[in-house]
Design a protein around this ligand. Structure first.
Ligand SMILES: [Cu+2]
Length: 336
């Protein structure tokens, strides 16, 4: 069911197989509330005008009960609530249970970025999915509660630390025109937004990603290419991709921004320079070289730059391979 109200007033156009049922129920509750609101306010105003205390107005005893009236106002709302429950509950179950043949993508939420891991090992910081095919999202959180929310699909599910949750979707439209600044791009074909919908700390509002929906063949090509980021790229190019994808860019400016907007120190133009750090309670001076960067990634709390607080993610070899650290080092060297 296409929703006129939800489409035009509140939400982006429906782009998934479940969006229609969500909007349908939303519309039902909305119009029902509107009808009851108008009815109740009118009745109230009418009674006030008819019965207010005034000179010459005689008080009448009110009836203790009225069976027909009481049954009516109990049965009708119960039926309406029953309808809302039925469609809400069956719709919810449908969103929880993915079909068996669904394509599975692992979603890892952490402060403050999204990482999508595909069955062939490919990883991306933007979500890519095929059109017209059930896609299941297996959700995880690396730290606190986050919530996986794609408004155009009308799906939302919490990412809970220490357990898996899941949701799924069939996208009904492909996205094109990846440049949002292109004025000729039709809105219906722009990549969709993915938000974190659970307040998760300082940069919660920056925890966003784009969703791209591909034709099936095009998707296979993309996911194949995404699996080998080190291949066919210079180490610095691969390092730049990793720097964004692994969340480094959320806390480290590459434009020299020293402000508290970034939890970590800026990383451009730093290669080979010295800095004061605190290591096990004592202050020392270190040079930013290969080993310092490697240590700062593997054991971020070993040396804390003066004026900064510990708290960076510890990147174990499972999270970031040695080859990938080498690529990031090449990227950092290239930043002026
Ligand atoms: Cu979050």
């Amino acid at each position: 069911m296409q929703s006129i109200l939800a489409d035009t007033m509140f939400f982006p156009p429906e782009r998934s197989s479940v969006a229609g049922s969500v909007d349908g129920l939303f519309d039902f509750i909305y119009y029902l509330s509107a009808i009851f609101f108008v009815g109740i306010v009118f009745a109230m105003v009418y009674f006030v005008l008819r019965y207010y205390q005034r000179p010459g107005h005689k008080e009448e005893p009110s009836p203790s009960h009225h069976e027909v009236l009481e049954i009516t106002w109990s049965v009708i709302p119960s039926l309406l609530v029953g309808v809302i429950f039925f469609y809400g509950f069956t719709g919810y179950l449908n969103m929880r249970e993915a079909p068996e043949n669904a394509y599975e993508i692992n979603v890892r939420a952490s402060k403050w970025n999204w990482l999508f891991v595909y069955p062939n090992g490919a990883e991306s910081d933007e979500l890519h999915i095929p059109v017209d095919r059930p896609v299941k999202f297996l959700l995880q959180s690396g730290d606190v509660l986050h919530s996986f929310y794609i408004p155009a699909f009308r799906i939302k599910m919490d990412c809970v630390p220490g357990r898996y949750t899941s949701t799924w979707v069939i996208a009904t439209d492909t996205t094109e025109a990846p440049d949002p600044n292109d004025e000729n791009a039709k809105d219906g074909h722009l990549p969709m937004n993915l938000f974190c919908a659970e307040y998760c700390g300082e940069k919660h509002s920056a925890m966003r990603a784009k969703v791209f929906v591909h034709e099936p063949g095009e998707f296979d090509v993309w996911v194949e290419k995404a699996a080998n980021i080190l291949e066919g790229r210079s180490p610095a190019e691969a390092g730049e991709i990793l720097f964004k994808r692994k969340g480094c860019a959320q806390c480290h400016s590459i434009e020299g921004d020293m402000s508290a907007k970034y939890a970590g120190p800026p990383l451009n133009g730093q290669w080979g320079t010295e800095r004061k750090v605190t290591a096990r309670g004592t202050t020392e001076t270190v040079t930013m070289d290969e080993n310092y960067v490697r240590e700062s990634i593997r054991q971020p709390n070993a040396k804390i730059v003066e004026g900064r607080k510990p708290g960076m993610t510890v990147f174990t070899p499972q999270l970031l391979k040695d080859d990938e650290i080498t690529a990031i080092i090449a990227y950092l060297k290239s930043l002026k």
